[in-house]
Ligand binder design. Structure first.
Ligand SMILES: Nc1ncnc2c1ncn2[C@@H]1O[C@H](COP(=O)(O)OP(=O)(O)OP(=O)(O)O)[C@@H](O)[C@H]1O
Length: 325
């Protein structure tokens, strides 16, 4: 019995981006690369993310998620390429409240959640107000109330999940156009995480804020974002509206064949002696999950399956390129 995975024909940004032209673009990367010494953490990343959405930034440990977020936030410079937030180039050290215009302010909430342990929650809000020219106290307070965070408690005495909520409240109070969350929800239990992402989606829809959430836990992804940016070894391998991506891919299983019986680009092909399975990126026509040829069945993919398919295809492609070079 043999099994092989074929090279992905679709690269970053291809599926699902056709619907983007009418939407305002929050973040645009143009050939962004970043090197640390001899390690390329990001390679030629080009993508556009729509405004007012929750973008799930997904990738394995070391895929480049934190590096990308730091470049968008303006705390790290790209080695090559340019990054624009609402059409304005990000310049290192000039994002956040420091110099960006109201429409292109970026707030980042890193994994380590910088809270002063001796400050009370109210002190943290005062600190947020004093360090942000534009501050929305009502928004920060209502977030804390929604999640029952005691205002008079010192941050050092809060649970990890509660500290994450305070950090989120301060970030929201700064009224960012783009809010970057670098795995800050890891400390929240599944129920709280679902609640938080639901509330963030409502905030994003209300005020044109774009939220980017990074995660390496694919199984916890469902419902977390409505737009996907999948990074593998520093390259975006899949990006687009989650529903469009799911509608645009199909798995076909049937008798052993070199080619699938239906139209579409082959993302992955697996074969046994008697059976073939193809994952296809379909042309712009609607997907029909029905029998398309004698002996063949088609099925939709779950988001986890779609992500794993692209990660496997990307790994195969990297191995092929290494073998050639
Ligand atoms: N300051 C640094 N110096 C050298 N190499 C670095 C530095 N920061 C990151 N890297 C390397 O760059 C690559 C991308 O790292 P990055 O932290 O952006 O990935 P990540 O996707 O956020 O990972 P994780 O999910 O583990 O947080 C990795 O190979 C990492 O080892």
């Amino acid at each position: 019995m043999t099994e092989r995975t074929e090279r992905s024909e679709g690269r970053a940004g291809m599926p699902g981006t056709h619907g983007m032209s009418a939407q305002p673009v929050a973040v645009e990367a143009r050939d962004v690369s970043r090197r640390y010494g001899s390690v390329w953490a990001l390679r030629e990343c080009s993508f556009r993310l729509p405004a007012g959405r929750i973008v799930a930034l997904v990738g394995a440990n070391g895929a480049g998620k934190s590096t990308l977020m730091s470049i968008i936030a303006g705390t790290l410079a790209a080695t090559r390429g340019s990054l624009l937030v609402h059409g304005r180039p990000v310049v290192r050290g000039r994002s956040g409240d420091g110099g960006a215009s109201a429409g292109s302010r970026v707030a980042i909430l890193a994994q380590d959640k910088p809270l002063y342990r001796d400050f009370s929650v109210s002190d943290m809000l005062r600190f947020g107000r004093s360090t942000n020219r534009m501050w929305d106290q009502r928004r920060a307070l209502s977030w804390l109330e929604r999640f029952d965070i005691p205002l008079d408690r010192r941050c050092g005495r809060l649970s990890g999940g509660q500290r994450a909520q305070v950090a989120l409240a301060v970030a929201l109070g700064s009224r960012p156009a783009v809010l970057l969350l670098d795995e800050p929800l890891a400390n929240l239990d599944p129920v709280a995480r679902t609640e938080v992402t639901g509330e963030l989606m409502a905030e994003a829809a209300d005020g044109d804020m774009t939220v980017m959430l990074s995660t390496h836990i694919i199984a916890e992804l469902s419902g977390v974002g409505d737009h996907l940016l999948l990074l593998d070894a520093g390259r975006p391998v899949l990006t687009g509206d989650v529903d469009e991506l799911l509608d645009g891919h199909v798995r076909m299983t049937g008798p052993r064949a070199d080619q699938p019986p239906g139209p579409g680009a082959v993302v992955q092909a697996r074969h046994t002696d008697r059976q073939s399975t193809f994952v296809l990126r379909q042309p712009a026509t609607p997907t029909t999950h029905a029998v398309v040829a004698p002996g063949w069945t088609t099925q939709p993919l779950t988001l986890d399956e779609l992500i794993l398919t692209y990660l496997r295809a990307s790994a195969t492609e990297s191995r092929d390129l290494e073998a050639v070079s």
